[in-house]
Design a protein around this ligand. Structure first.
Ligand SMILES: C[S@@+](CC[C@H](N)C(=O)[O-])C[C@H]1O[C@@H](n2cnc3c(N)ncnc32)[C@H](O)[C@@H]1O
Length: 243
């Protein structure tokens, strides 16, 4: 019932009502920011992802997972002779409705699995090792980093990438957390209602400290702007490697 009542359930409910959950063509690129077409793509996760095991935490409708599962999409073949050419991707989302939506869009892709559940619970229950784990405005930043980052480290092969994008802590004139506690934020629903959520709004230094404590080294940070949302950066993309 708690999940049913969560802002993320309301978000999924309105999104589902707004658009048909029908099969979609696979997006031609991976999006890390609020502005489609901007910034890096799948290469953030590694140079050759074909056949690799990838995990997305907070996959929503599954667009990025579908892109990664069908690499090299740019070459125009989702599958060559029935053999999947992309990565083997698992997308986890807290909300069953999102998972149902993702399956309606991309359930036909054989090397793509969508699972309903809390990111932390999924990581704790899994005994798989992944070649990369990622989150695009998903569970990283929405779950206590002191719990989530060590759980990710447990399931990631040493040397491999964790990458996540989060709303920039200084977007719209905000200031980053001065401590390790979450801040109040909102989920904006399609009908413009704003429902409160907690979000960890760290500077890159604070993310680096938490990553180091969990067994990662931070390899790059990038910020992105979206002119539709003023002159301040809107997205922070962080890339780290498992020690
Ligand atoms: C802003 S949406 C982003 C969806 C997707 N990554 C994208 O870029 O379109 C955030 C998603 O994270 C999911 N989420 C929130 N908390 C989560 C958690 N603890 N575990 C797994 N998923 C979570 C929500 O249900 C929602 O689908």
């Amino acid at each position: 019932m708690l999940v049913q009542a969560s802002p993320w359930h309301a978000h999924a409910l309105q999104r589902t009502a707004a658009g048909l959950a029908e099969p979609l063509s696979v997006p031609a690129r991976m999006e890390w920011t609020t502005r489609p077409g901007q910034g890096p793509g799948a290469e953030v996760l590694g140079p050759d992802l074909r056949g690799k095991r990838l995990l997305e935490l907070g996959c929503g409708p599954g667009h990025n997972a579908a892109h990664l599962a069908t690499l090299p999409q740019a070459l125009g073949s989702a599958q060559a002779g029935g053999i999947p050419t992309g990565a083997r991707v698992t997308g986890v989302d807290l909300v069953g409705l999102q998972v149902r939506r993702a399956r309606s869009h991309y359930g036909r892709l054989t090397n793509l699995t969508f699972v309903a559940g809390h990111a932390l619970h999924y990581l704790h229950a899994s005994d798989e090792r992944f070649d990369a784990i990622y989150s695009v405005f998903g569970a990283v930043g929405l779950v206590t980093p002191e719990l989530l980052l060590p759980a990710i480290a447990q399931r990631l092969t040493p040397g491999r990438v964790l990458a996540f994008s989060v709303p920039h802590p200084q977007r719209g004139g905000r200031s980053p957390s001065g401590d390790d506690r979450p801040r109040r934020d909102h989920v904006a629903l399609p009908d413009r209602t704003r429902l409160p959520i907690a979000r960890w709004e760290f500077t890159t230094d604070r993310w680096e400290r938490h990553l180091r404590q969990a067994g990662f080294w931070l390899t790059s940070t990038q910020e992105f702007h979206d002119p539709r949302m003023g002159h301040r950066p809107t997205t922070l993309l962080i890339r780290a490697r498992r020690l």
